[in-house]
Each structure stands twice: as structure tokens, then as C-alpha cells.
Design a binder for this molecule. Sequence first.
Ligand code: ACO
Length: 424
Amino acid sequence: MSSAKLILNDKEFEFPVIVGSEQEVGIDLTSLRAKTGAITYDPGYGNTGACQSAITYIDGDQGILRYRGYPIEEIANNASFVETCYLLIYGELPNAQQLADFQHQLTYHTLIHEDMKKFFEGYPAKAHPMAIMASMVTSLSTYYEESDDPAVTKLNMIRLLAKAKTIAAFSYKKSIGQPYIYPRNDLSYTGDFLHMLFAVPAEPYQISPVLERALNLLLILHADHEQNCSTSTVRMVGSSRASLFASIGAGICALWGPLHGGANQEVIEMLEMIRADGGDYHKYMNLAKDKTSSFKLMGFGHRVYKNFDPRAKICKAITDEVLGALGIHDPLLEIAKNLEEIALSDSYFVERKLYPNVDFYSGIIYRAMGIPTNMFTVLFALGRMPGWIAHWQEMRGDSATKINRPRQVYTGAPERHYVPVAQR
Ligand code: ACO
């Protein structure tokens, strides 16, 4: 298959076809407007390929997710988050020396400029940590020079990965009024983050291996997901030649929405609401199906997965393990499992191919770890950082990249003429 034909107003037009490494077929419509005068109409971009990418492969019908070719299950069970970052950004798994060097760099760039602490002080105590995270990441561009020099960009990528966890932890400490805890160079990436989040100056903090492992796994599961809303935002903003920090600051804002990364917070709020209402999950299942209600089963459904989200399977499997190891019985887990069981056999959900997504169980694990609900999406942002960086880098290095500028089908008033106020 090398071309596709389109008939418009009885005229036939031919377009080249491109085939990806997993036999995905795309019709190259870059010449569509020039040849036909028409544009495509695809709200939500469900059928639009905006780029070619070698980072992540998803087959939503089969429930497959691969980072640089490696199945998510293998990465999640064997790799560290730092290894995953290296894989996504540089394209290959690191050897021992490369990993040690990368780890070293991520360890020695964790401090943020002392002046940036003043920014945190300016926010109200109730500020959402995602707002702080987005502003702080964008603000990095005011402290760390950016240029087209590849060495500078490479250093800024390391800075961003290293400082993101300091920013995330400081935003939490700010929200609970505790002193900021500085990073420690003898800890792993995830261990250091837990230390900055939970330690207090008065006593030593013991990092629980259960928490460290769970966090490592959750960050890996969120590390990339090809052209989702926030990653496409990063690519779109970056296509105007906006800087790495500015583009990823915009991506963090896109992630915040409840239909995207904000869903993990919404899932817990939904489960709490159901529990407070007597735990009648049947009532809420009916509400989710009722088209006159705005209630949705949060953590269910996905634009791409029309089969199980493979990340949700891994998350569900470790939820019992983590809660068991921590000796926690969470009634919300029971409600979640009951909702899932009903949904999987309910014709409404079956027909629409709605399955739990990664966020259905991740919030329950974060809760068990002692992480407050409004920090869940920040943890998602921390996990997604290597994916955003990899996509920004790929987009910048791709000679096919143009400033992103979609078209529209105009449906407003035809030309009309100005009438002075007195005559209207
Ligand atoms: N609860 C009830 N009904 C749902 C749900 C849900 N969670 N999700 C989709 N539907 C229904 C829609 O109402 C629609 O029904 P209809 O055909 O009768 O009109 C049908 O299923 C198709 O749904 P769309 O909204 O068209 O699917 P889309 O691909 O646009 O949306 C989305 C995907 C946004 C994820 C949606 O499923 C949703 O809102 N889910 C809840 C929020 C959520 O969990 N988001 C996290 C996504 S994963 C992530 O970002 C990490």
C-alpha cells in the first residue's frame, strides 16, 4: 500500500501512505489543502497523526504499551525510574557506566536557586500544588540560561529532571506549613523524593523500601504515553521554539485537568463521596450511565485503550501488595473493586469498551503511602517528566517540525458591515 485516493467533487486525488514500524498506517495529507482546497475536520484529533515518533508504542485495542520497544510489564518489573528516564530520553537502556553517570548528574543538580524559595512563600497556603509546579518549572527559565547549544539543552534536561522532585516536595511542604527539606545526595531518586516529602528536621527519616518500590513503579507507569493531551501540548508549545522549561510548564497545566492527569485526584474524591453517601455504589453506577447527569465514573475509559489499560493491570496487582505490606485496610479499595466488577459486566461499559485506566488504582496506593490527594497529579507530572523531555527533544530534532497551527471550519456570520450604535 503506497497511496490512498480521495474523491472530492468528482475529482480524484492521490496521497502517499506512510507505514510505521508496527505496521500502523497513516495517510500523508500534508498536500491536501494545496491539492484540493479542503482541510480535514477531526475535533479532539482522534484520527490525526501530528508527528512521527520513535519513543512509545501503544496498541489500544490489544492493551499494549512499549517504551522504546520494551513492554511496560518488563520495564515496570525490572527497571528503576532513573533507568526508564534514560531509556526514554536517549533511546537505549544505559549500561552500568552510563547509568552511574546519569544517576550522578541527577543527584548533583537537585538544588533549586535559593531565591526560588521566596516564590513558594508568596503562594497562599491553599494553593494547588499543580499551579505551583507549573509556575516553578516555567520559572526555571529565569535562572538557567537556555539556548540552541545542544550541550546547554542537555544540561537543562538533567536540571529539569533533578529539580522537579525538589519543586514537587517543596510545594507539599509549603501546603502543610512545614520547613523545606533539602535533597540528600546519598539517596536514590525516589528515596530522596520521599525524604524531602516526609522528613522533618527534628528526627531522622527512615525510607520504607515498600514506599520506595511503589513510588518507583508508579513513576515508571506514568513516564510516557505518546501523543496524549499534555505531551501534545509540550510539542505544540515547543514548535514555536519556546524553551524546554516553558514548554513543559505548559504541559503541566494541560495535565492538571480532570479528564487527564487530574483524574487520579478525582477518583479518590469520587470514592470518598460514595463512601460518605453510605457506600451505595450501584446508585453511582446508574448515575454514570444516566445521560442527564454530568457524573462520570472517574478512572474509567480512555481515548486510546479500548481494552484493559496495561498500566491499570499492574497498578491493581500492586495495590493489594502495598496496602498489605503497610498494614492498611482502605474501605475505598473495596468500593473501587466493586465498581470495577460491576462495570466489567455492565452492557453500558462493555459496549463502549470502558475499562479502568491507570488512575483508577494509583490514587489508592498514593493514599496508603500518606500522600495527600491534591499531590497525586503532581506525582503524575513527576513521572511524566522524562516523556515530555523526550518528546520535546524529538520534536526539536525533527526536520519535519513546523510551528503547529491547525485550521478550522468557520461557522460564524458571513461578511457584514459596521452599523453605528445609534442606528442599531
Ligand atoms: N463514565 C461514564 N461514561 C463514560 C465514561 C466514564 N468514565 N467515559 C466515557 N463514557 C461514555 C461517554 O459518555 C460516551 O458515551 P456515548 O457514546 O453514549 O455518548 C462514550 O463512553 C465514549 O466516551 P467519550 O467521552 O466520547 O470518549 P473520549 O475518548 O472522548 O474520552 C476520556 C476519554 C476523557 C478518558 C473519558 O473516558 C473520561 O472522561 N473518563 C473519565 C476521566 C478519566 O478517568 N480520565 C483519565 C484518562 S487516563 C489519563 O489521562 C492518564
